[in-house]
Write a protein that binds this ligand. Structure first.
Ligand SMILES: [Mg+2]
Length: 342
């Protein structure tokens, strides 16, 4: 059997439902890949090209066939994440995150609609202050580069009144990041810049320290846990590890990364609360604000249901996608890893 053949033999396409729309989708799809080391997740977003999907596949192959670095700790402090919801819902979700899940840091999505964004951030601040005490809870916002630099500067000056830990990717380009950072006091975190801007070339990564204060690093999109550690070394910025709206099986790679790095801030791994269904029967969600470092395998029943959620043409789509990602990625190196494991 070819190496790609053995990879596909251990691959199960799946879909999980979200409680509400996030990043434009209500269903998260991908493939879980089983190998001798455990399960990995291949779930590049639809707008990722074959090359970007190839990096993701590298992360999935590492999880299934390779090794993750040793953990320096057994628990990771995490933030809760709040989609672009109405203020009343934002208030309820923020209270729930703080009281039920013990998360004192909340990441709020920003859409560029100034009034709605401010109302959402204000509602979260009010909720956190009321349950935790004045100014105790931390709010970080993620604009996913939806602002122009002028909008970013005026919005951040307004939103800073609610107390912001940092803003994630206010604008897309390095020039714009530089001008926004010069004009506002809110610390700037880069997320998309790490992957899309010159594709993670080492020189480009090392220059990020000139235009940002914090680096958001997600293992699968950069090519796996080991590659993410290399990225963290190159950027020389404080790191916040995040997941990519992964299933509970996928989140384990982010837990492994956060456990291997020296991370002080809450990590963006509390995304399990956004999932209405999962590939495990007991989804990975924070307790008392932390998540335990662990490796999960899918549960047979949950995986069968997740497999059922996918229409036949989507199953076909994922088989084609993984084959294209294989061709676009480091297929020669992967072939060796996979054949030597058999
Ligand atoms: Mg982000």
């Amino acid at each position: 059997m070819t190496a790609l053949g053995s990879l596909l033999q251990g691959a199960v396409p799946f879909a999980v439902r979200l409680h509400r729309e996030f990043r434009g989708v209500t269903v998260r799809e991908g493939m879980l890949i089983q190998g001798p080391s455990g399960w990995g997740e291949f779930s590049p977003f639809e707008d990722y090209d074959d090359q970007a999907a190839g990096r993701w596949l590298g992360g999935a192959i590492e999880a299934a066939y390779g090794t993750w670095p040793d953990a320096k700790r057994s628990e990771i402090r995490v933030n809760a994440i709040l989609p672009a919801v109405l203020p009343q819902v934002a208030r309820e979700l923020a209270e729930q995150a703080a009281v039920r899940d013990g998360c004192t840091t909340i990441k709020v999505k920003i859409t560029g609609d100034d009034a709605a964004d401010e109302a959402r951030v204000a509602a979260v601040r009010e909720a956190l202050d009321s349950v935790l005490g004045y100014g105790v809870g931390l709010i970080r916002i993620d604009a996913n580069a939806c602002w122009t630099s002028e909008q970013a500067i005026s919005s951040l000056k307004r939103l800073a009144a609610y107390g912001l830990e940092y803003v994630e990717q206010p604008v897309a380009s390095r020039e714009d990041l530089r001008s926004v950072r010069a004009a506002v006091d809110v610390p700037i975190a880069v997320d998309e810049s790490i992957r899309t801007d010159r594709g993670g070339d080492p020189r480009a990564l090392s220059e990020l320290a000139e235009i940002a204060d914090i680096a958001i690093i997600k293992p699968y999109p950069v090519g796996g846990v080991q590659r993410a550690i290399d990225v963290a070394e190159l950027v020389k910025l404080p790191v916040v590890v995040s997941s990519s709206m992964d299933s509970s099986v996928g989140i384990c790679a982010s837990l492994a990364l956060a456990a291997a790095l020296d991370v002080d801030r809450a990590c963006g791994l509390g995304t399990g609360a956004l999932l209405a269904t999962d590939v495990v029967s007991r989804p990975l969600v924070p307790t008392a604000g932390v998540m335990r470092v662990q490796r999960l395998a899918p549960d047979a029943d949950a995986l069968a249901e997740a497999r059922q959620l996918l229409a036949p043409e989507r199953v076909q789509h994922w088989h084609e996608r993984i084959s294209r990602a294989w061709e676009a990625g480091s297929s020669e190196a992967w072939r060796k890893v996979i054949t030597s494991s058999g």
